[in-house]
Design a protein around this ligand. Sequence first.
Ligand code: KG4
Ligand code: ZN
Length: 344
Amino acid sequence: MKVLGIESTCDETSASIVIDGKEVLCNVIATQIKDHAPWAGVVPEIASRLHLVKIVPVIEEALKQAQLSLSDIDLVAASNRPGLIGGLMIGVSAAKSIAFTQGKPYIGINHIEAHLYSPHLTCDIPFPYIGVLTSGGHTMFVIAKSYTEYEVIGTTIDDAVGEAFDKIAKHYGVGYPGGPIIEKLALTGDEKAFDFPIANLYKNDREFDVSYSGIKTAVINHLDKYKKAESYTINDIAASFQRRAFDILYKKVKLAVEKFDIHTVVVAGGVSANKYLRKSFDRLSALNCKVFFPELKYATDNGAMVAGYAYHKYSIDGADSLDSGVSPRVGGFKISLMPDYKRK
Ligand code: KG4
Ligand code: ZN
């Protein structure tokens, strides 16, 4: 089945055609990074306007690269939540228009589920697994039982991990988006120059929740309180923050592996492009864990993860109505009670 996947939740307009959830024929991405850089963050109105300009050329380019025409497409998918409402409406309207005019089914896709699918594009991953979603808007821990069934076991209670990278980079004026810039600065920094704090959150039933607001505030406002050396550079700040930011994720994943006795871990979302994060999760091999990451080109927002996931979602849940909407919020997770994986 040839699926056209459209992604427009934030600052990337992307279209991809994927066969049967695995074979990526094309993955065209028009990024708006340069357009938002002067504001060191995404300006929703600018994003909407650029999606409108780019959506048709991006779809046309995808068809050209795949050497297909619209009538060859079997299913049209678009991210319909969560995201910036203007971008969502543009991507979803384009998808529905194609579905309607071609007489093909349409399906709306949860962007977070699509991210979690991204490592499946290139790896065969057994269920169940512990999924870690690390993006600019969300940080979430789930137990995935199948492609469409998840139990959300923890989330951030404030900032997302990528958001902390972006806000710290903005504060120090080093550029946008913060994640890749901090990763680069950290390469030549001393990661022990500061001992930034990790918030110790709710024990008991909220033990998988995390917080990034405290560490962000420490890095921005309380450097002196946490410094270990007399002098320091921006590289040292970046390296020390990055180490701690990923310690937060690692601790929760380790806890989940031990509690649920699940030894497959999937890390996805824009932040999963970080090579230091990938390396630091090697420690999980000591717990007999296999860790999967998306290929770098599928880590940040892209249409391939939407098209790939849509293939499975459609085969399980069928198509969506052309009347179905978009939402800036997550929603839509099919939460199962999953008695087998209840906390020990
Ligand atoms: O998944 P994504 O492309 O968009 C959202 O769904 O939010 O993630 C974007 C986020 C941004 O916060 C960006 O700074 C972060 O991913 N990011 C990184 C890296 N590349 C992108 N964070 C850390 N290291 C990276 N190499
Ligand atoms: Zn994303």
